[in-house]
Ligand binder design. Sequence first.
Ligand SMILES: Cc1cc2nc3c(=O)[nH]c(=O)nc-3n(C[C@H](O)[C@H](O)[C@H](O)COP(=O)(O)O)c2cc1C
Length: 424
Amino acid sequence: MTAGSAIRLSGVSAYLGINHSHLQAMNIQTAINLDDIRTLAKRRLPRIAFDFIDGGADDERCLQRNRAAFARYQLVPRYLRDVSRCDQTVQLLGRTYASPIGISPSGLAGLWRPDADLMQAAAARDANVPFLLSSASNNALEEVVAIAPDHVWFQMYCTTDEKINDDLVQRALRAKVSTLVVSVDVPVSSNRERNRRNGFSRPFRMTPAVVMEAMMHPRWVLRYLRTGGVPMMRNWEPYAPKGANAADVADMYGTLTPAPMINWDHIRRIRDAWQGPLVLKGLLHPEDARLASELGVNALVVSNHGGRQLDAAPAPLDMLPAIHAAVGSRLDLILDSGVRRGSDVVIARCLGAKACIFARPSLYAVAAGGQAGVDRVLQIVRNEINMVLTQIGCSSFASLDSSYLWPDNPAAPTLAANPSYSRA
Ligand SMILES: Cc1cc2nc3c(=O)[nH]c(=O)nc-3n(C[C@H](O)[C@H](O)[C@H](O)COP(=O)(O)O)c2cc1C
């Protein structure tokens, strides 16, 4: 359909009261919100792949809790303030970013689209926001940092092998990574039941029904076969025997992680070896936040791994006030898990976060549309933040505070201490 005929059709349709929206297939550019981007990815990916990204642990209650936490807050607008320009720049770990958002780390992104790590890094660079590259990426740390040196932070898990842990830090130093992130919330592989039902494990054990369903997504399947199937985890190739293939390297990675013996001594060792900004990702307890601060950690990603680990874990947003009270004056707090709207980012800021990051929307986007998809996700959230700031009469994201918040339940324990709620 040409643009002209689409306009004529919509004009006639409006006159006759007919809705032709089903004729106009949604794409990345016409996606209105992050949920639309998820819908596009669901169409593009076989269920086994979509469920791997979308799913959580056990009953997926944590997944729901993450979203429900944001819905418990309302924002009280202030009017008659000049909001003709709203500033959403943010200072994080000594750098200025254009927006208080970033892309959380995710392993195996090359499965959704080859070079997905490079595409996410390029989108983050172009939007001037951080991209946290997972050590379980498919593109190698060195090549990703090379295209976006000011925007790529490197996220590692500690393994069972101290030499490899030390070497990962040294490689990050050599590659001139600005910021090192250590994820601490995977002491054990969790129970992700969607993956188990679909046979997403090593080795792949796909049921005939899953294979049949995958054939309904031929573009993804053809590309997967054309590019050689499961992509190589490039960061781990150096530690595998010469000539190891992608499956061998994945198996080796599976023997090195998770590493349940990891403790504060390992973080101390990394702190000694790494002089740049150090971030811990996955803490939820204020006491752990205090221990991190004492060790000289510079920032925390308050996160429950997007509901993919401990299903009984609280929503990070609900822990944020207590963590902020414990360490907020010393450490930058970044909120992760369930962020889907500009208003979520604003609410998190009112509770003490400097910025928010998200993973799934970026993965849905890269699957559905490559870098253009991730560009679109960042643009949507940026625009939403701007619109919310304008509506609540706050011209500077950095100046947001709890006076803008109104809770659904003003008596909730984490909120009762807020003087804004005791005015009535
Ligand atoms: C497919 C997938 C892979 C992930 N891999 C990693 C990883 O390698 N390292 C890590 O620290 N977190 C990983 N995460 C967790 C994210 O970084 C992030 O904490 C979480 O997904 C945030 O929730 P959201 O996706 O709802 O925004 C992964 C998440 C997904 C969805």
